[in-house]
Design a protein around this ligand. Sequence first.
Ligand code: CA
Ligand code: CA
Ligand code: CA
Length: 256
Amino acid sequence: MTSMKLAGLLGGAVLAAGTGPQAFSAFPIVIDDFGGGPHTVTLASLSPPEIATGTFAHAGAVGGVRDVFVISQSTGLFGAGVAFGAGGYSSFTGTGFGGILWDGVAGAVDKNLDGALTISDDFDFGLNLDIVEDCAAPLIHINAFADLPDASLGLIFANSATEWALYSIALTTVGSFADYVVSVSSPTLSTGGFDPTAVGAVALFVDGTGFPNLDIRVGTFEITCVPEASTWMAMAGLGAVTGVFGWRRVRAARAA
Ligand SMILES: [Ca+2]
Ligand SMILES: [Ca+2]
Ligand SMILES: [Ca+2]
């Protein structure tokens, strides 16, 4: 399929700013290769809510820095981060939130020390990432594992404290890794001014507050262009899951 056809299908509204004459050389854009580490934080929580955070340098992560956090909402044991053999992960014994923030700036993760992670209080915007470039229909690709049904991953791409997009991906395959793909142009929720050609921060978070004992692993987090995405969908066959599901917990982005 030509890019002209794809642009026509999409209407070009969101993507016009990024279209250009170059080849697709920059794709896939790897947000994190999930190598190195272990870069993890853990929490044995006796008086929830409690938070554990860490900031780690890693050349294979966009911006060179992984900020990791886990927040308890019940008593229990909690962990999040990147570990050899597990990729990105969040593991909860109990209910909580966990995730990874890539904002290009090392330092305190919960900057205002209020025990919560919010875009407005805690994110820096040190990346300068164009996730559209010359691609007519860029896609966010996640390969992820959930050990329980009804889990979802939240992906945030932000320009600033007030301009961001949230993509909520329901992990419908339970007990094994599966590929999930969502169009950059179809966020679950976004603020009016979100610009995918000037992303300053990216975050991945797991909302494990709906039920206890959720474990999530993420092996791939990248932006790609359509031809490659079609390949994965063909490989995954009928098991492929594509699309965006309703975001039931917008509040989760605030983690409090
Ligand atoms: Ca940071
Ligand atoms: Ca905070
Ligand atoms: Ca579990």
